[in-house]
Design a binder for this molecule. Structure first.
Ligand SMILES: NC(=O)c1ccc[n+]([C@@H]2O[C@H](COP(=O)([O-])OP(=O)(O)OC[C@H]3O[C@@H](n4cnc5c(N)ncnc54)[C@H](OP(=O)(O)O)[C@@H]3O)[C@@H](O)[C@H]2O)c1
Length: 372
């Protein structure tokens, strides 16, 4: 194991390097110290909602024979899903959004062309760990956890899902699984945009004025609560007077850029962070190489244009992060952040849950209860 790079962060031991594939069935025999084998070896299939091709509502299919997830890397865990949260991204992925870049991420060498199907959607999970990879130290079987699953991985609309231990966090004790499944994806996105890209933290927010455009949606609702808990002055709808802001989080896109950047304080390090970018669309339309060139040209042009006016322009992206969810868990359990679940559906009602998502204008999240 000496070739593994170890990183101790937030009390976790992460193994970042990939090692030869370790099948869970093999783990049962090689581990002397850990009681492996919680997964029945005869369990090779599970119930799940899948898509076999990109398309609209008809694309969703229920099956009892989806492949049971397998631990491929020693830092992965298998989670038994209690609740799965849906995001606008699930509807868009079902429709084919991001297919080119997500396929490349899943299968960089294009060995298994078209092999992303059957694809399981669902980006949020709250559930219980059923099995841990050999290098997982921070979690153990039966821990209650929550996670945001990256869009290139199989999702949570299934009885089980495999995730990296780096992406998982212990679920807040004060939330049910249903409430918890409404949080991780929007929370990780808001964290990535505001903390990683925007440079905000609980220690520097007190005197900051933040404008959130599109504050009633999933990301906005979470971002408002987090920033308020950190002491920032948060404005959600654009005021008509001449107030200037330290940071703007844009959840809407479109015309927003034309007017919103003028609301930033110039020459003070103020930032405009938009979550609505053409990043994946450019790659879908132009292919990987030309799409990336187009992305670089677009963002560089905008960054330079706004830099000359004294403000910073940035694209923000979802980033899975167990340590970020650890901090969010503390805020949830301290009563500073609550989950906003608008609609709850049963496992047999996934098409209806997607229909609800397609209507938009949700004031909270849509959650599917996989296990009651
Ligand atoms: N870059 C990334 O990695 C990343 C990650 C996650 C999300 N996103 C994107 O970030 C955005 C926010 O995500 P979300 O989960 O919060 O979505 P959401 O729940 O659908 O919320 C969207 C918000 O935007 C508002 N809105 C939509 N269209 C509008 C318009 N034409 N004019 C004014 N307001 C409008 C909505 O208000 P109403 O409800 O009143 O319409 C709502 O407040 C989405 O576009 C999503 O695709 C990007």
């Amino acid at each position: 194991m000496s070739h593994l790079r170890h990183l101790v962060s937030s009390g976790r031991l992460f193994h970042l390097s990939k090692v030869p594939r370790v099948n869970t069935a093999v783990c049962c025999h090689v581990s002397q110290n850990r009681p492996f084998g919680t997964t029945d070896r005869s369990m090779t299939v599970m119930p799940a909602w899948v898509i076999d091709k990109y398309g609209s509502r008809d694309a969703l299919r229920f099956t009892r024979n989806a492949n049971f997830p397998v631990i491929n890397y020693p830092n992965e865990v298998i989670v038994r899903v209690h609740s799965a949260g849906l995001n606008p991204l699930d509807v868009r992925i079902r429709d084919g959004y991001g297919a080119a870049s997500l396929s490349m991420k899943r299968d960089p060498l294009n060995i298994k062309s078209g092999s992303e199907f059957p694809l399981i959607l669902g980006r949020d999970v709250s559930g219980v760990i059923m099995e841990c990879g050999l290098d997982v130290k921070y979690f153990k079987e039966w821990d209650e956890v929550w996670a945001a699953i990256p869009p290139w991985k199989q999702g949570s609309l299934a009885e089980f899902v495999v995730v990296s231990a780096n992406e998982v966090s212990h679920k807040p004790k004060s939330m049910s699984h249903t409430e918890a499944a409404a949080v991780p994806y929007v929370a990780s996105t808001a964290w990535s945009a505001l903390v990683n890209t925007g440079g905000l933290s609980k220690d520097n927010c007190a005197k900051k004025r933040i404008l959130i455009i599109g504050g009633s949606g999933g990301v906005g609702t979470f971002a408002i609560q987090m920033l308020k808990a950190w002491g920032a002055h948060v404005t959600v709808t654009c005021s008509q007077n001449a107030e200037l802001f330290d940071l703007i989080l844009d959840n809407v896109g479109g015309d927003t850029e034309r007017w919103a950047l003028t609301l930033l304080k110039p020459w003070c390090g103020a930032k405009f962070v938009t979550l609505v970018t053409p990043f994946l669309e450019n790659i879908d339309m132009l292919g990987i190489a030309d799409g990336m060139v187009q992305n670089a040209a677009t963002v560089a042009t905008k960054v330079l244009k706004h830099l000359t006016k004294g403000v910073h322009y940035r694209w923000g992206f979802f980033a899975p992060s167990g340590p970020a969810l650890d901090e969010i868990k503390e805020m949830v359990d301290a009563g500073q952040i609550r989950s906003v679940v608008e609609d709850t559906f049963g496992f047999s009602e996934v098409p209806q849950a997607f229909e609800r998502m397609e209507k938009g204008h949700a004031r909270g999240k849509t959650v599917v209860q996989i296990r009651k």
